[in-house]
Ligand binder design. Sequence first.
Ligand SMILES: Cc1ncc(COP(=O)(O)O)c(C=O)c1O
Length: 401
Amino acid sequence: MSNRFLSSTAKNLQPSGIRRFFDLAAGMEGVISLGVGEPDFVTSWKIREASILSLEEGYTSYTANPGILSLRKEISKYYRTKYSLSYDPNSEVLVTVGASQGIDLAIRAVVNPGEEVIVIRPSFVSYLPTIELAGGIPVPIETTAETDFRPTADAIRHAVTDRTKAVMICSPSNPTGTVLNQSSLQEIADVCIEKDLLVITDEIYAELSYDEAHVSIASLSKMRERTIVINGFSKGFAMTGWRLGFALGPDDILQAMLKIHQYTTMCASTTAQHGALEALRNGWEDVAHMRKHYQRRRNYIVRSFQEMGLSCHMPGGAFYAFPSIKSTGFSSEEFAEKLLHEEKVAVVPGNVFGPSGEGHIRCSYASSMEQLQEAVRRMEQFIARHSTQEPFLVDQKTMQT
Ligand SMILES: Cc1ncc(COP(=O)(O)O)c(C=O)c1O
């Protein structure tokens, strides 16, 4: 009945496909979940200790709207050291409530109703709804495993209209794990310069790049002035529950984001900001340790998929493998539901990330090696039981680990 009170925006918003699927798994005993998109590590003790200490010292008030200045300085130093990018901590750095709020602020600060934002798909589930909530129109570009889920310059150029405002990219990507290397980023940059577009780059998995150093599109020539960088502490530092992220960009855009932030949120959590400061100052060994474990798990799970006959491109980053399940003849929803019911392994059907995700499943390897080994054993049984007459073909190109 109270339905009549709801806004049409809220009514039309679809619940996340991931959540819908995990409602199915809730309450089932003995499920191994490869579904969650968060580290299985607990935040390192020194970060937790710094936050506790800040409480003991009485830091319990609001901070400055854009965040504690020392944290903004440390974030600025991080991007200068890692990417040779210079952002003024006073006007070009904003501490946000997770990368999630950074994405929302970036879109709201730049998109007018009816303007289009190009999104590379398969993509993180929140991009499209966030654009729609701002009154914008998402324009998806579908990519496939054949091109390692990289968009071509032509595909982007083709999608641009006179209403296009921005291109959203995510590298390393959720859900595919694809890392956009220098040449892919240059292709995107060339179109954005040619068509005068902004780039919103989600770099939340930057610290989880395994094979090559992560490149930020903002560091390419003439890109800093047309790029909003979104990043945060959730993934690399295993701090999802702390809800802390940051945005970097030219000061006029960052100041617009700050206005929205100060009216809607005031500031990010003071306690979390003190933890984040410690993370950037002294947390790097722990990041390297976690990255080493993820890389080992990635190599194991991708090889296991290939051995069970599921072709799987080698994800360069994040903690997701995105194998194809097309050889089984099941749709991604059917595969995920059957696997859950028959073998109690929860994965995310690829179609929730867009039509190009159909025929794939997203498996998070942010789980212990023991859990992964058991999940692999169960999946092998499942595949063997449902294998069609044709032997599965292993994609040779993706065999190297
Ligand atoms: C691509 C991507 N961006 C942003 C987020 C949200 O990060 P945060 O926890 O910092 O809000 C996630 C979380 O899964 C993600 O996968």
